[in-house]
Design a protein around this ligand. Sequence first.
Ligand code: KG4
Ligand code: ZN
Length: 347
Amino acid sequence: MPSYTIRMLVLGLESSCDDCSAAVVEETAAGPVLKSLVRESQDAIHGPFGGVVPELAAREHLLQVRAVMAGALAQAGIGLKNLDRIAVTRGPGLVGSLLATFSASKALAWREGIPWVGVHHLLGHLNATRFSAPGLPFPALVLLVSGGHTHLYLAKDWTSLQLLQKTRDDAAGEAFDKAARMLNLGYPGGPVVDACACIAKRAADPFTPPKFRDGKASWSFSGLKTAVKLRVERNPRLAAAGADDPEVQGLCRSLQEAISTWLLKPVPALAKEHGARSLVISGGVACNSRLRADAEAVAARTGLALAIPEPRLCTDNGAMIAAAGALLEPDAEPWIQNADADLKLGA
Ligand code: KG4
Ligand code: ZN
């Protein structure tokens, strides 16, 4: 059973991919309260490559980690001695990236004698929702969508996730990023596709949803990538036209519409099957304006309470790790723990 402590100050650290982030969170009887949040993006470094370069990300995290931690403490107006706990992402993620905050957190915990806990990244994304919906009714369907994950879970509380279905190939965020790359719209692709879709006067031809012969519930986004590629090959002008072009905007709108519709399609049936009372959507793709609007409609129709964190808490951040870490038992021997690129839930 999770232990819900009445009041503690937690420093949360996250560096599983290309964001180096720290936050101070006060855990109260009414839920977590955000005291500070600092995040250093590496978009300028990875942008020219159209995706995250693991070696560059790891090196950059090493340069960023000290200032990010100090910044979060200063913004919260506290020192290390005020902390009751340090929570850090243990995995999954890029191991070189994970190790930056993981090693720093162990050193701090050892030097200052602060209780320490390692957190599964996806439990973090779920707990990002606690800031705005601490009283969320369970069981909850939890849709976690980012550059690396497109997974739907059933949660019976804030610390347990049971997998219901996941993508067979690419993550939804990857489809946004790769499509944006083919259209030369920059990296990360999600925000710019979203912006283009919002100003589109009309949508391009719709994308055909994938069919699965084995009948198993899942998603697939690699075909969508190929479909965008074919459209650009048929109309090469699109690759250079840019975000102001009406045809590019229309394509972005169809792409975003397809991804949002496909993601939400299994929700009503699974909610019924599992007696879910709420729907949580988190991860970077949960920033998407169309997905947020469509989710509201689906939740209302299905009678589910809806919880989507504010956009800055949807993408990777230290606050969600602090919020999850506040509910877990600290580890008695942090020094022998290691980051795990393939960390399984419940491990
Ligand atoms: O959770 P996150 O920050 O990092 C991972 O764990 O991957 O998610 C990053 C992903 C990227 O693929 C990015 O393009 C996508 O989230 N993203 C969006 C939006 N904002 C970020 N996708 C769609 N619409 C957005 N507004
Ligand atoms: Zn993430």
